[in-house]
Design a protein. Structure first.
Length: 367
């Protein structure tokens, strides 16, 4: 029984560490004021978004730009369902009747935004998952452009380029933490499931995977839908974090930032998605403060537009040169204690039982 419990604990160790990492990140908010709390909220939202990107890209090996499209769907859905009806009546009078009077609770609206994004991902997956490599990546980038153009011009629903405002700011550190824990757990379950293992096999060698009966299209479709769901969740949280946005909030800037997070952490590992997102989130916020200008004593040092993107690109380039597979080297976290360390606690390993005594080993003739 103790052996089984230990095996389960060792197997779940990577998940436990990543959940603890997200929880510790959330606790940082207790050491500062409202500004720090908002930075932590944003870091946790980016964590969910990067994990969503990892679920498909990290397991399939096909880079997708569609995650930001799903984020856009989730954000607009959550916003339209939670903006007070009176505000919508005054500011967005052209909305369809059922949206004009919708007033959903925050959790229900965010969840429905994730479900709608997952449904959108399912529809897209029918043709897109038949593609591979660069072709599939370009197809998802085309989807990103289509969603951006629609969001920027659909006057009756998205209010075109003027965007939506008056969104209740219901995202808290605890809400973002809860969803990040769900996202990490779901990504881990997908990763270790038979579907995830088959998908990872196709990532390493698609032809070999097909030759042993792996249904590559089906496995990719499942991962794409899960990625869409959590991309939509991240969008809903972001909408209630920022309070007002338009289609430009879900285009190239955030796409580049999410790519940097995953690449710096390690594309092929869940640990890389979590660690990379947290690291780059805080670096990005520091760079944004510098970009906006800061004071040294009584002297104001003006900011420089575009500084954040340049330095983030340099960081990614440096990581790619020095550690091409990211901070985690594209690997998951492993149990840090070797079997030998359990000898201190009276454990006897199978290796010790099978090993010959030292005296007998000295008498073995080497040929």
């Amino acid at each position: 029984m103790r052996d089984q419990a230990r095996q389960i604990f060792v197997r779940l160790w990577p998940l436990i560490v990543l959940l603890a990492t997200a929880a510790v990140t959330a606790q940082i908010a207790d050491f500062g004021g409202q500004l720090l709390q908002r930075k932590v909220q944003l870091a946790l939202i980016y964590l969910i978004l990067t994990v969503a990107l990892y679920v498909f890209t990290g397991n399939s090996g096909v880079f997708s730009f569609g995650t930001i499209s799903f984020m856009s769907v989730g954000a607009y859905t959550t916003a339209l369902l939670t903006i007070p009806p009176q505000t919508k009546h005054d500011a967005f009078s052209q909305l369809p009747h059922f949206l004009q009077h919708a007033n959903w609770p925050t959790t229900a609206a965010i969840t429905f935004g994730g479900v709608l994004a997952a449904a959108f991902a399912l529809v897209l997956s029918l043709p897109l998952m038949r593609l591979s490599g660069l072709t599939a990546s370009l197809a998802t980038f085309a989807v990103l452009n289509i969603v951006y153009i629609v969001g920027n011009n659909w006057v009756t629903v998205t209010n075109a380029a003027q965007g939506l405002e008056g969104i209740p700011q219901g995202t808290t550190v605890n809400t973002a933490l809860a969803w990040s824990l769900v996202a990490i757990t779901a990504a881990y379950v997908v990763q270790i499931s038979r579907y995830g293992l088959r998908l990872r096999a196709s990532r390493e060698d698609e032809r070999a995977a097909r030759s042993i009966g792996v249904g590559v299209h089906a496995e990719r479709r499942l991962a794409f839908v899960v990625s869409g769901f959590f991309g939509g969740i991240a969008g809903g949280l972001f909408a209630q974090y920022i309070g007002a946005f338009n289609a430009s909030a879900f285009y190239l800037d955030i796409t580049f930032l999410t790519v940097v997070m995953l690449v710096v952490g390690g594309v092929t590992s869940l640990a890389g998605a979590v660690i990379g997102s947290i690291f780059i989130s805080f670096v990005s916020e520091v760079l944004l403060d510098i970009e906006n200008g800061f004071n040294v004593g009584s002297v104001h040092i003006p900011g420089r537009s575009g500084l954040r993107e340049v330095i983030l690109a340099v960081i990614m380039l440096t990581i790619l040169i020095l550690r091409p597979r990211g901070i985690t080297d594209g690997r998951e976290l492993t149990w840090p204690f070797s079997r030998r360390r359990f000898e201190r606690f009276g454990r006897t390993t199978a290796l010790e039982v099978e090993a010959p005594p030292a005296e007998a080993a000295q008498n073995v003739e080497v040929t």
